[in-house]
Design a protein around this ligand. Sequence first.
Ligand SMILES: *[C@@H]1O[C@H](CO)[C@@H](O)[C@H](O)[C@H]1NC(C)=O
Ligand SMILES: *[C@@H]1O[C@H](CO)[C@@H](O)[C@H](O)[C@H]1NC(C)=O
Ligand SMILES: *[C@@H]1O[C@H](CO)[C@@H](O)[C@H](O)[C@H]1NC(C)=O
Ligand SMILES: CC(=O)N[C@H]1CO[C@H](CO)[C@@H](O)[C@@H]1O
Length: 391
Amino acid sequence: MRRVTLFVNGTSKNGKVVAVYGILADLLSLASNKLGIKACHLYNGKGGLIDDIALIRDDDVLYVSEGDPFVDPQNDVRTTDGLPRAHTDWLTLNIGGRLFTTTRSTLVSKEPESMLARMFREKDVWGNKQDERGAYLIDRSPEYFEPILNYLRHGQLIINEGINLLGVLEEARFFGIEQLADQLEVAIKHIDPFHHMHFSRITSHLRTTLPSLDNALLNIRCGGLNFSGADLSRLDLRYINFKMANLSRCNLTHANLCCSNLERADLSGANLDGANLQGVKMLCSNAEGASLKGCNFEDPSGLKANLEGANLKGVDMEGSQMTGINLRVATLKNAKLKNCNLRGATLAGTDLENCDLSGCDLQEANLRGSNVKGAIFEEMLTALHMSQSVR
Ligand SMILES: *[C@@H]1O[C@H](CO)[C@@H](O)[C@H](O)[C@H]1NC(C)=O
Ligand SMILES: *[C@@H]1O[C@H](CO)[C@@H](O)[C@H](O)[C@H]1NC(C)=O
Ligand SMILES: *[C@@H]1O[C@H](CO)[C@@H](O)[C@H](O)[C@H]1NC(C)=O
Ligand SMILES: CC(=O)N[C@H]1CO[C@H](CO)[C@@H](O)[C@@H]1O
């Protein structure tokens, strides 16, 4: 609920506090009742006419008239230091040629750490440029800024049809409005998955045209997206951020996922046979039932693949190169790890119940606290020291 204080135009006494509901006409009719006038116009403290209820913020001070122009209540509304009160500190932004009028508190309160808040927290600290009407110039896209401003006004993310969420996300990131960016990523999760051709075109285009920028851009493109069932086989997906992306049942055979971020990604039922997974981050990912035969997790530069807490139930990792891999507290129940190289692997607290480890090299692997009930250790390349397995 928003509350505003209403005064008759030209005065700053006998104000009334009212709740704002419905459309502008509802507020005018309420103002008429409370102030005993026939309210027609609402002005902010600077004399700006308010013609849309959406412009009204909680705690605004508004001046009501019967149609006559705004009359400045003069010293009455000024504080002792002569500055206007914070909540009546209106300003206009010129974003890519379109004007947005709002209060300073809208820009700074909701996400105080954002770049936008820092730009406007104090007057002209950033030396913001102004146009001839005094509006602050920002060379960004107005249609993507609009939902951001509305979010700052009332905390709701509302995107009109035809507005590209990725555009809004980029603006949110540009202005450093992180909570909104996170919400947008969740929203983007529900858009259509990329078509294989489409996706490979984007990645190869970005890699050739923007070799130094591509990773940052791709970060934005792929986090939380739905690629379920897509054919991403043999693609160059190095360094891409797939955090929380849905890659279930994807064809990722022979894909290059070196150093990619697959944290909390859904990889269930995916096929990653022969994929390059050097230095991959797969913390808490869900790869239940996935196939990872003949994968390479071993980064010669020493960057270790991290699969901590991952769900690897029933995966087939036969013949994979996993030296030094971190599988702490991961679940490998019923998984096939035949002939894997697990030298120096961290398997502490790992659930290896009914796991087939025959032919594995577990030299110097840390198996403390792992569950090896029903696990198969035939033809082990090195004898398992009991100190490695505390159970
Ligand atoms: C993800 O994409 C697949 C394939 O197009 C589709 O069937 C599925 O409904 C999508 N899932 C979500 C959560 O949007
Ligand atoms: C991923 O997509 C599949 C297919 O649409 C769906 O069944 C599954 O629940 C999704 N996973 C997540 C984590 O949303
Ligand atoms: C996955 O892609 C590979 C290589 O492009 C192809 O040979 C294979 O048939 C695909 N597998 C599935 C299940 O689509
Ligand atoms: C102080 C002042 O100018 N008040 C005006 C507010 O509006 C009413 C109705 O139009 C006028 O009668 C007042 O003079």
